[in-house]
Design a protein around this ligand. Structure first.
Ligand code: TYD
Length: 217
């Protein structure tokens, strides 16, 4: 499962809506590139051409209450399979640092803890069908649900976009997902960072941990 692919390093950022993980994934990518390190940033769902189509279904608020949790689980794994084979593995083989905005732990937190799909089944599909790789390091940017929902609404207003199928879920759903991530973090040795710190502070914490583990910046 955690076998190495080439000389690349595989990094995942996880967290609930509005935690700032995408900003941090981009900042890390920029800093690595500035230091002459080959890195790419990608995301799930939607990091490939086919994945973009799956994403349209997955986040469409029209399907709230219609997409069965197991269908949802399978679509995320389909997106992940395509993403791994088409983008993540080839870049790791070429020695890139691959930074992924969400990965398998999002499925365990959202579909497992959030929707109640058996996490053993989610892991089984990931291991046996997708033959998924585990990241070398996972950063969990943790915020409370109140902050999350506030940020998400502000962002949607500012950008004049509608809320996604997950963003319109009730408070309790987000609470289960957050607790899920915190449990997974303990079981899987994530680096947990308080997402209420400033963008700069979080970036410094990410970099410090990255340097400690990989000694290349
Ligand atoms: P994302 O684009 O990361 O949204 P945001 O930047 O607003 O957090 O992900 C879209 C949604 O997909 C997000 O609400 C979380 C959900 N998701 C899952 O439920 N399971 C998964 O395996 C993944 C990768 C994402």
């Amino acid at each position: 499962m955690s076998k190495k692919t080439g000389n690349g390093i595989f990094i995942a950022f996880e967290g609930i809506e509005g935690c700032g993980k995408s900003t941090q994934a981009h900042l890390l990518n920029t800093t690595l590139n500035k230091n002459g390190i080959k890195s790419i940033i990608s995301f799930e769902p939607g990091g490939t051409e086919i994945g973009k189509k799956l994403r349209e279904v997955l986040i469409n608020p029209e399907f709230k209450g219609k997409l069965h949790p197991v269908t949802e689980t399978l679509l995320y794994q389909a997106d992940r399979n395509q993403h791994l084979k088409e983008k993540i593995i080839p870049h790791l083989e070429k020695g890139y640092v691959v930074i992924c905005d969400r990965y398998q732990f999002s499925s365990l937190a959202y579909q497992g803890y959030g929707r109640g799909v058996n996490t053993n089944i989610i892991n089984w599909i990931f291991k046996n069908a997708v033959q998924g790789l585990m990241p070398d390091i996972t950063f969990l940017i943790d915020i409370d649900v109140e902050t999350s929902l506030e940020r998400v609404k502000k962002r949607a207003n500012a950008q004049n976009v509608e809320l996604s199928r997950f963003e319109i879920e009730e408070y309790e759903f987000h609470q289960r997902v957050r607790e899920g991530f915190l449990n997974l973090a303990k079981e899987n040795n994530f680096v947990i960072i308080d997402g209420r710190s400033t963008i700069k502070e979080v970036h410094q914490m990410v970099l410090k941990e990255f340097k400690k583990r990989f000694r290349i910046v």
